[in-house]
Design a protein around this ligand. Sequence first.
Ligand SMILES: [Zn+2]
Length: 312
Amino acid sequence: MDVDTVLTAESYDAAVNAAGCVIEAIKDVMEGKGRNAFCVVRPAGHHAGPQGASEAMVEQGSKTRSHGFCLLSNVAIGAAHAMANRLAARVAIVDFDVHHGNGTEEVIRNLKPWRYKHVADTPLGEVAFDTLAEGPWLTERDSENVFFCSIHGFGEYSTGSPYTGLFYPGLGGATEEPNILNIPLGPKFGTQDFRREKLLPRLHSFKPDLVLVSAGFDGHEADFMNYGLVSLTEDDFFWVTDKLCEVAEVTCGGKLVSILEGGYNTNGGPLSPLARRFICFSPPLLCLSSSTLDLLSPPHASPACPRTCELC
Ligand SMILES: [Zn+2]
């Protein structure tokens, strides 16, 4: 579809199954069949907007409306399903992938009336579209009941040719709107910047009854997709998961569904850097004990879940 989004004959099934997995997980969690869920699915979804590739990229001057490997906005489809079927009335979406969740943000903005502007080349010449569009999931007040936050790399960087330019996708500058919070961390960042607590008070005060997490692991120091600019570690993924689980515990009985976004260093199979990040991400979700963690990943074990519950 573009330079980084390739389709095969199986891509459609994979994309539909990924989104369907998220829907099933949300249903199970909201019906109490599980405390939480982690959907390890591909393709990722957070760069796909309501019209496919993100319109905002065009408006900001991008020549390609890149999908960034994404076909369907899995997390937004899950949120829409939850609200349209009255499984949840207030949904928070938190995206900690190293890249801005521009597609998800565009879907959330689409919940308010907006103008669809597009110029199409036709055999008769250019045709300009300028129409009012609106896509509510349940009611016209949907946008008051969905909170989206993305924490990500942002700005110009240079690591020498060919890696120079705007941190992908070049969007996600600071915003503080009632239902959209972008936290750009600059093109180069690490643990201290990532652990700023700006997001957590907003999440608490929003009082979601379902927390969805776009969990991307490409901010890890060993992941080539951040060009060596970002230096997050397994502990940071443990930390953010633990904090999000804590908010979910307080506001909605722990109802949290995570969906895999980025994370690309899979060399090494079950003990690859990506797999080890899953293990570090999992303890707060599963309340794993430290002895279980030792068995799973001896050289890279993270601290066990600090909370106590009936599963610990
Ligand atoms: Zn990413």
